[in-house]
Write a protein that binds this ligand. Structure first.
Ligand code: ATP
Ligand code: MG
Length: 389
């Protein structure tokens, strides 16, 4: 990232990291040229690993030893790190940005490599696929030596890209879609369409738990639960069965648009993936999209189900998503849904169905329940399992 935004993003990122590591008071933080140095002051690095891996905007992180800008301590520390790791092959890489250090980035690996080889019988250099790669960075702010690079969550700090309203069901896909939006720096709100008695209280708890898991990635989630029963029953009674899902989605879009406007969100997001089910063909997406003027972002559009599942596992939503409580759309799923509806037909049917569109939407909006979901909320998935069994 270039330009003016960069400094702002960095400040935001440092704030996010500090907050996430608030439980470790001994840490001190220093930001230098696109890097954040965290001095452990006795805190074990392992304790930070998990929370750090959940901060968006972090590309990677490494536990490093800082030494004086002199050859002797560099050689000693490099040797100690390699001996602690105990590989059969290794490689040393160096980078020097401090001009006043007397050895070049070509000389450092040779000197350090030779020292390690001399003192470690049986060890070999392998420049292509070493078991351990030792990095030595000679910078103005210190010399850093490390042999581990942990991948960060990537993306941008949460809150740097504006607000998006996620249509969050209890399924596998939409929480993953929400995660991708968070990763791109969006602040997330969520909306869930609830249809009691067709959908149980547990289905709602499941969605709350999914929102809580999303909030662990650095964002409080305001979840709006919308009563959807009246609309679903009316649609079931008045529109062709094969288009039921399409119509339902159009109503979801209309209601979500209103909630988004109130919340200052400039886009909606869904867990749709092209062609995954009958209601996610391009034709259906086109017809569903036409019900709102807001952009509908579909971060999973090009992913396969297996990839989405792998992501759901990674971000921690999978186990909750597969709990067996039906959402409203399972209950009202048509036997033979249309895969190629045309907008002009759908609009005509909708106009002739004699539905009280305005009234139904107004009543749904009047009946919403708003929940502010925070990371420190108690986990409820255990309870869910108990209730189910
Ligand atoms: P998911 O796993 O996210 O439920 P899905 O593959 O089951 O997705 P559909 O049921 O066709 O797909 O739903 C498509 C998208 O519509 C969902 O990803 C979600 O964004 C939205 N959606 C569906 N049902 C609801 C609901 N009850 N409340 C809120 N959003 C919903
Ligand atoms: Mg679903």
């Amino acid at each position: 990232m270039k330009g003016k935004n960069r400094a702002q993003f960095e400040l935001r990122l440092v704030e996010d990291v500090r907050q996430r590591l608030a439980a470790f008071p001994a840490l001190t933080f220093r930001r230098v040229h696109g890097r954040l140095y965290i001095e452990l002051n006795g805190t074990p690095f392992e304790a930070l690993n998990e929370p750090l891996s959940r901060v968006f905007g972090v590309i990677s992180f490494s536990p490093a030893v800082r030494v004086k800008p002199e050859l002797e301590p560099i050689l000693e520390t490099a040797l100690a790190l390699i001996q602690a790791a105990g590989p059969k092959t290794f490689k040393v890489s160096a980078r020097r940005t401090a001009r006043n250090f007397p050895y070049s980035s070509q000389e450092i690996p040779r000197l350090v490599g030779a020292h390690i080889l001399k003192n470690t019988p049986g060890l070999k250099v392998d420049v292509h696929t070493p078991e351990v790669e030792l990095f030595i960075e000679v910078r103005q702010e210190g010399v850093f030596i490390y042999d581990r690079v942990y991948p960060g969550a990537g993306g941008f700090p949460v809150g740097t890209s504006g607000k998006v309203l996620l249509l969050l069901s209890g399924g596998i896909d939409s929480p993953v879609a929400g995660w991708y939006m968070l990763r791109k720096g969006a602040t997330l709100g969520a909306v869930y369409f609830h249809s009691p008695p067709y959908t149980s209280e547990r289905a709602k708890l499941k969605v709350i738990e999914l929102a809580r898991i999303l909030s662990l990635w650095g964002n409080r989630v305001r979840l709006t639960v919308v009563p959807f029963t009246e609309i679903q029953e009316a649609l079931k009674a008045r529109v062709p069965e094969s288009l039921l899902t399409t119509f339902m989605r159009r109503y979801m879009m209309r209601i979500a648009e209103k909630i988004a406007e109130d919340a200052g969100a400039l886009a909606l997001a869904t867990g749709e993936s092209l062609g995954q089910v009958a209601s996610q063909t391009l034709e259906n997406m086109h017809v569903i999209n036409a019900a709102t003027r807001l952009p509908v972002l579909r971060p999973l559009v090009g992913l396969d189900k297996t990839e989405i599942i792998a992501m759901a596992r990674k971000i921690g939503t999978y186990e909750t998503s597969i709990l067996p409580y039906a959402d409203c759309c399972t209950v009202f799923t048509p036997e033979r849904p249309q895969t190629k509806p045309r907008l002009i037909n759908v609009e005509r049917i909708e106009a002739r169905a004699g539905l009280d569109q305005e009234g139904m939407i107004a009543r749904a909006l009047q009946g919403v329940e708003v929940l502010d979901i925070t990371p420190d909320m108690p986990q409820i998935v255990e309870g869910l399992v108990d209730v189910y069994l």
